[in-house]
Write a protein that binds this ligand. Structure first.
Ligand code: GTP
Ligand code: MG
Length: 436
């Protein structure tokens, strides 16, 4: 089903930069709109703005935020084991569309609910996307080995080159996560084009992700590694929500060295309108935090929030990924795993919130049901009680009438009466004829 959801746009985007497409949220979006958002300004003023942002961050009052992050951490650490179990159960029992609320006069049946909710994991090369997916499998399936299904790379020059779909077996086939090729730190425009294609056309397992600037070695790797299967036989899925992975250690270094070009690319990619669903921007997962001193880790989280324009407390999930193939009891960090499942729960809720509506014609039954639901809600409890009592009264009268009628012979006696009347009329007519 995922493949035929109506909002998948026409694959042909060769008409140039200005085209219209229906994003997964069902909204028509101009493909060139990020240009006015992020690159409308000359490059030098963008760099200046980022330098100013870094300087402003250095002198910014951060104590309040640091304290709130520490409080949040402390609250999550308390009873983390039980909470982890509870959220894990919620995720395992998740069904697509669970988070739908009736809005705009449309109830649940008016939404195009997918067979499986699709979460796309994106981020720079080496940020830890594949590793995060392995950790999702580990935590949701509650296993200590056999979770390293996505290939991770130590060497950033290598890396994932294909879109790969993963179902977390604990969640049956109700939602899947897609691993993707990492963004390049040098050519964000190519990545913006790739994002546009993923969101407009949908994504499918095994699809190669090529860039025009790919070197001969990478082209050969794409060809060689992709030899076994063709992505055109796999289901094309609409992206329902995006998880944006950011390497805290690299961002910390970029900030310290005032690497405005790389930071600018990061912000530009994050702010691509194609990654957002109406007003919901991608959830941010901050990885590699374990490589930083605790103070730097919190500061980097706040800085990423400033750079991307999101709350470091509610919108950035600080998850350090477990990087080995199997886990020993001493390695378990329930707090970290709780943050991970909370992030998944948040993503699934946002995905459901932004599910597109069905086509206009299919909406009528849902509108009727929505209107009925609304008028039902409008009725006060007293009025409702009166209606119920009235209905009972009507029902009681009906039963009494039927009982009375039945005890007088019901249909049979009525038939007899009609028959007798007809006989009488016939006899009368007969007599009248003879008299004449
Ligand atoms: N210390 C630490 N290492 C991590 C973390 N997350 C990932 N890594 C390591 O970082 C390296 C890159 O991780 P990957 O998951 O392959 O990164 P990726 O984003 O999938 O990279 P591409 O496939 O190239 O786009 C691997 O060696 C991981 O083990 C983390 O939170 N902490
Ligand atoms: Mg990868």
């Amino acid at each position: 089903m995922g493949g035929d959801r109506s909002q998948l746009a026409n694959k042909d985007d060769s008409s140039g930069s200005l085209f219209l497409c229906e994003a997964s949220s069902g909204t028509v979006v101009r493909a060139d709109c990020w240009k006015s958002v992020d690159t409308g300004m000359p490059e030098s003023s963008v760099s200046q703005e980022l330098t100013d942002k870094i300087l402003a961050f250095e002198s910014m009052e951060k104590e309040g935020l640091i304290e709130r992050i520490q409080l949040q951490t402390k609250a999550l650490q308390e009873n983390s084991e039980q909470n982890l179990e509870d959220v894990r159960e919620i995720i395992k029992g998740y069904r697509p569309g669970d988070g739908i609320r009736s809005v705009g006069g449309i109830c649940r049946s008016g939404f195009a609910i997918p067979e499986a909710t699709t979460l796309l994991v994106v981020g720079f090369a080496g940020a830890g996307k594949s590793c995060l997916i392995n950790n999702m499998i580990r935590v949701v399936d509650n296993v200590t080995d056999g979770f390293d299904r996505a290939q991770t790379y130590v060497d950033m020059a290598n890396g994932s080159l294909f879109l790969q779909e993963y179902f977390l077996s604990g969640s049956a086939q109700n939602f899947c996560v897609f691993d993707s090729r990492g963004f390049s730190t040098t050519n964000a425009f190519e990545d913006l084009d790739i994002i546009k294609k993923w969101i407009s056309n949908g994504i499918c397992h095994g699809e190669a992700v090529c860039r025009p600037s790919d070197t001969k070695t990478i082209r050969e790797a794409l060809e060689g590694r992709g030899r076994q299967g063709h992505s055109d036989c796999t289901v094309r899925r609409v992206v329902d929500f995006v998880i944006f992975v950011v390497d805290a250690f690299t961002v910390h270094r970029m900030r310290e060295s005032h690497d405005v070009a790389a930071l600018g690319n990061l912000a530009m990619l994050y702010k691509s309108p194609f990654l957002s669903f109406k007003d919901d921007v991608p959830v941010v997962v901050m990885t590699h935090g374990d490589k930083l001193a605790p103070q730097d880790r919190v500061l980097t989280r706040i800085f990423i929030g400033e750079l991307l324009g999101v709350s470091p407390i509610d919108h950035i999930f600080d998850i350090s990924c477990f990087t080995e193939r199997s886990m020993h009891p001493g390695d378990v960090d329930t707090y970290n795993d709780l943050v991970l499942v909370n992030m998944l729960k948040f993503s699934l809720e946002r995905a459901d919130k932004n599910l597109p509506y069905k086509a206009r014609a299919a909406l009528l039954p849902s509108k009727i049901c929505g209107a009925m639901g609304e008028s039902w809600n409008k009725l006060g409890s007293q009025r409702l009680l009166m209606i119920v009592m009235l209905l009972w009264l009507v029902y009681a009268i009906f039963i009494m009438v039927v009982y009375d009628w039945k005890s007088n012979g019901g249909f049979r006696s009525l038939g007899d009466k009609i028959f007798q009347k007809m006989q009488k009329k016939l006899r009368h007519a007969h007599r009248h004829q003879y008299r004449l």
